[in-house]
Design a protein around this ligand. Structure first.
Ligand SMILES: Cc1cc2nc3c(=O)[nH]c(=O)nc-3n(C[C@H](O)[C@H](O)[C@H](O)COP(=O)(O)O)c2cc1C
Length: 195
């Protein structure tokens, strides 16, 4: 195998991916979504159990309904907190026009089997593959952790056809980026070398 240490496209892809929160009003073709999920399923998993499944939501009215359900739940979770993050997040959540999924055209829920104690790790690795595969195909993404609260609603989990023995691990929005977000500050690694 030829290894290019200087122009390594995989590393460049990982370093240039950004969380995208502003999308074009343009659908993502189904074959691209399938390609992205296909990259997800090649992630490593404990004992190769691959405890993931995927729910792809493209219906704008349903996406809005999910956001509308999540917002008051997230507000309640943040209430009473006085730290800067909570205050600014609360401000955004109070905005009637704010959609927690940023009006993205696609939401992929990576759901994991509850009975598997490593589901969260495995589905997170799968989600990592998904966001990096998306970026490599020119598709923006953002993991919207707040989206997990939708599973508190039996009505919504039924609507989303999430089996009762599965939980949402990674809600990931996808779409064509309107612009390239700047790179947020990335801290230098703290490394202890033991030699
Ligand atoms: C577990 C997890 C949960 C996240 N939840 C949210 C979220 O609810 N809303 C949001 O806008 N971004 C969310 N993000 C995106 C982070 O804010 C983002 O990754 C971080 O600011 C670094 O920016 P970058 O992804 O462009 O490197 C989440 C990311 C992770 C890994």
């Amino acid at each position: 195998m030829n290894v290019d240490y200087n122009e390594n496209s995989v590393i460049t892809n990982k370093k240039t991916r950004r969380s995208v929160r502003d999308y074009l009003n343009k659908p993502v073709p189904e074959e691209i979504i399938n390609k992205i999920i296909d990259a997800g399923r090649y992630a490593p998993s404990g004992f190769n159990l691959q405890p993931w499944r995927f729910v792809v939501v493209e219906n704008p009215a349903i996406l809005e309904r999910l956001s509308d359900y999540a917002k008051p739940v997230l507000m309640k979770n943040l209430s009473g907190r006085t730290d800067a993050f909570a205050i600014s997040h609360l401000e955004r959540l109070e905005d009637r026009n704010y959609n927690i999924f940023y009006n993205a055209p696609v939401l992929i829920l990576v759901i994991g089997r509850k009975s598997n104690p490593r589901s969260d790790y495995d589905c997170t690795l799968c989600a990592g593959n998904i966001i990096h595969a998306a970026h490599s195909l020119g598709i923006g993404s953002c993991w919207v952790g707040g989206g997990t609260v939708i599973q508190q609603s039996e009505e919504l989990t039924a609507l989303l056809q999430i089996p009762v023995n599965y939980k949402i691990v990674a809600p990931i929005i996808l779409g064509y980026p309107r612009s390239a977000p700047p790179t947020p500050k990335k801290r230098e690694p703290v490394i202890s070398w033991v030699r």
